[in-house]
Structures are given as structure tokens and as C-alpha cells.
Design a protein around this ligand. Structure first.
Ligand SMILES: C[S@@+](CC[C@H](N)C(=O)[O-])C[C@H]1O[C@@H](n2cnc3c(N)ncnc32)[C@H](O)[C@@H]1O
Length: 281
């Protein structure tokens, strides 16, 4: 500590210390805010004895650096429950730079998609130009019933913000309905994942299911982790932050469609993303 000779030097030294403290506090606050944004982004491994699973409180997981988007060129991707197809479109345009390995599906029929989401037509046009397969009326809980998907296996199966959207007012019934949706989706989609265990001759890597979900009540009560585990073949590998800016053009939409005055614009409802793996059982 240097010897402080005068009052003015003391004042300067104090000011410097205060400034340093302010910078330190700001950094800490930013970190807290950052981690809060990422709440619920669990990091979980494959269900093998070797895998290190995150059994701790997910809310304490510290994500210090944003990661690149968890998709890369060459991966075959199935999208379930698309709204206005903007996520699929963003994947094709900005991440994979092709749509040829993308199968993007909606639960609604084509007419209803255009009725609910006025930007869907343009997104679908772009997707098709990029070579993507676009399918309508695909129930994510019954994927086995579609001939067009028969024999297909994917690197990634994505369901962003799953929701039955039936306007069920009763909280418990609402949660149950969405849990059923997730359970059906997991049990059906897991059969369409690549698996180096089940298909060693063809699949080098194991596929993943990505489910992006809001965090906090009531979504935490859906207990997605338990539902994945209850399938007996899936475990949450990890939960990563859903960094919406990594997907330019993606506009989250509600199940009911975009209604002026009723729906939130853009991505106000963004949240965390869970990743699940097929254990090959
Ligand atoms: C909250 S919206 C999210 C839409 C879109 N994924 C997004 O991120 O903007 C929920 C979506 O789940 C779809 N959905 C509900 N039940 C489904 C099911 N059984 N199979 C596939 N999609 C379903 C709805 O049609 C709706 O598009």
C-alpha cells in the first residue's frame, strides 16, 4: 500500500477504490442476471454409468459463456410442432445453410397454419427453396403412424415451446395435458433418433431430442426431467440456454396463433432448452 501524503491524494485513492468496487458490483450483477436468464437450463448426460449427470439444483448451474447453436451442417433435423415455421427457416438460412436435411412439421393443417400465422407462407416458401421437407398435420405423439417418416432417423428432433394450447383454465388439468403431450412426444420421437447402440452399422452418433421451454411456474411443474426419465430410454443430458439471437428471424408463436392485442410480439416468451438422448435401450 503506497504511503498517502496529502488529503487530496487520500480523496483520489478513495475515489479509485469506490470506482473499482462499482465495476466489481456491476460485473456481479450482470452475472446474476445472466444466470437468471438461463434458469432451468440443465446439463445432463446419457444414461450410462460413465455419464456424469447433473443431479444438483439446476437453478445453480452457472453458464458463463454463450455456446454456439447446438446444430451443425450435415445433421438431419426433425422439427415438431412448428408454428409459423420461422425456427425451421432460421435453421436452414443461418445455421445449416441448407434445408435438405430438415423435415419441418406442424400439428395444424396447411390452411390453418396460414390462417393462424400470416408470416408462415413466406417462411415455408423459403424453407422449400432451401430444399426442406415441410409436412402438415403431424402429431408429435404419433410419429410412427406417418408413412413419410417410416424408417427415418434423425440427429436432432426439436420441439420448441410444446403446448397443447387448449385454453384449459384449471391449472392442474392444464399441467396434466401438457405432461401427456410431452410423454407422448418423448415415447414416439425416441424411436426416430439415431442410435449407435441400436444401429451400430449405420449410426455413428446418438441422436438428441431438444425441447425448449419457458422456466418458472407453471412450466417447472410439468417436470420434464421426470417425464423424459419415465420413458425408460431417455435421460436429460444437459440443459443449455436458449439464445434466441442465435436464430435470426425466429418468432415464437402461441398455439392459438398470432392475435393482435392478445399475443406477445417476437420472442417475449423465450426460455431454456433441454436436450435429451436416446440411451439405446
Ligand atoms: C406454443 S406453440 C409453439 C410453436 C412453435 N414451436 C414456436 O416455437 O413458435 C405450441 C405448438 O405445439 C403444437 N402442438 C400441440 N400439440 C401437438 C401435438 N400433439 N403434436 C405436434 N404439435 C403439437 C401446437 O400446434 C403449436 O404449434
Amino acid at each position: 500500500m503506497p504511503k498517502i501524503k496529502s488529503k487530496s491524494k487520500l480523496r483520489t485513492a478513495l475515489l479509485k477504490l469506490q470506482q473499482e468496487k462499482l465495476i466489481r458490483d456491476k460485473r456481479i450483477n450482470n452475472n446474476i442476471r445472466d444466470n437468471r436468464n438461463h434458469t432451468g437450463n440443465n446439463i445432463i448426460g446419457r444414461n450410462t454409468s460413465k455419464a456424469k449427470h447433473n443431479k444438483g439444483n439446476d437453478k445453480n448451474v452457472k453458464i458463463l459463456r454463450p455456446r454456439p447453436p447446438p446444430y451443425k451442417q450435415g445433421e438431419s433435423i426433425l422439427l415438431v410442432g412448428e408454428g409459423n415455421f420461422s425456427f425451421a427457416c432460421s435453421l436452414a438460412e443461418h445455421i445449416l445453410t441448407t434445408g435438405e436435411t430438415i423435415t419441418a412439421t406442424s400439428y395444424d393443417n396447411e390452411e390453418l397454419v396460414y390462417e393462424k400465422y400470416e408470416d408462415a407462407r413466406e417462411n415455408i416458401k423459403i424453407l422449400r427453396e432451401y430444399g426442406a421437407t415441410v409436412l402438415f398435420e403431424i402429431d408429435g405423439t404419433l410419429l410412427e403412424k406417418y408413412k413419410v417418416l417410416k424408417g427415418k432417423r434423425f440427429d436432432k428432433i426439436i420441439f420448441n415451446f410444446p403446448h397443447v394450447g387448449m385454453g384449459i383454465k384449471d391449472k392442474d388439468r392444464n399441467i396434466l395435458a401438457n405432461q401427456k403431450l410431452l410423454q407422448g412426444f418423448f415415447s414416439s420421437s425416441s424411436k426416430f433418433l439415431k442410435s449407435s447402440v441400436l444401429h451400430p452399422a449405420e449410426d455413428v452418433a446418438d441422436g438428441e431430442i431438444h425441447v425448449t421451454m419457458k422456466t418458472g411456474p407453471p412450466y417447472d411443474e410439468w417436470n420434464i426431467r421426470k417425464i423424459a426419465k419415465s420413458t425408460g430410454i431417455l435421460v436429460i443430458k444437459e440443459t443449455i440456454p436458449f439464445l434466441v439471437d442465435q436464430f435470426p428471424g425466429y418468432q415464437h408463436r402461441r398455439t392459438l396463433g398470432f392475435k393482435d392485442g392478445m399475443s406477445k410480439c417476437g420472442n417475449e416468451e423465450k426460455g431454456g432448452g433441454g436436450r435429451f438422448s436416446n440411451t439405446g435401450n
